[in-house]
Design a protein around this ligand. Structure first.
Ligand code: HEC
Length: 111
């Protein structure tokens, strides 16, 4: 089990709603395979904001924000969290980005 999976499982206890295992597994796998962990972690700011903070900020508008965040993941961009922009992640497809964005936003589903 990798570090992100362990953290995700630990957080499942505090975030009441976790997605069905399959969707969650593939999103968590993608975050690992696509190397998002270099800049993102569950609860700590590394270079980018923590997933829990992203969920808290955008989770209420999950329907719209899944697509907005997916495009930002692929194309890069800044201005929402600080001075450092996110680099483009061109090796991520829009579909993969949607899967990850939807999972990140689901962390806030109960609030
Ligand atoms: C080189 C560092 C870096 C990498 C790699 C990276 N990010 Fe980011 N990410 C950032 C930074 C910095 C921000 C804050 C951008 C801003 O201020 O709007 C960010 C913001 C985000 C946001 C929130 C955007 C918003 O507007 O609120 C999401 C979602 C996100 N990243 C997902 C991902 C995913 C998924 C991956 C892996 C494919 C990834 N990031 C890879 C640095 C990175």
């Amino acid at each position: 089990m990798n570090a992100i999976t362990r953290i995700a499982l630990a957080l499942c206890a505090s975030f009441a709603a976790c997605l069905p295992a399959t969707a969650q597994d593939s999103a968590v796998d993608l975050l690992e395979v696509k190397r998002c962990y270099i800049c993102h972690e569950m609860t700590q700011t590394i270079i980018g904001p923590p997933y829990a903070a992203i969920a808290a900020r955008h989770g209420q508008r999950r329907d719209v924000m899944t697509e907005v965040l997916a495009r930002k993941i692929v194309n890069g961009g800044g201005g929402n969290w600080g001075l450092v922009p996110m680099v483009p992640n061109q090796w991520v497809s829009l579909d993969e980005a949607r899967t990850m964005a939807d999972w990140i936003l689901s962390l806030n589903a109960e609030q």
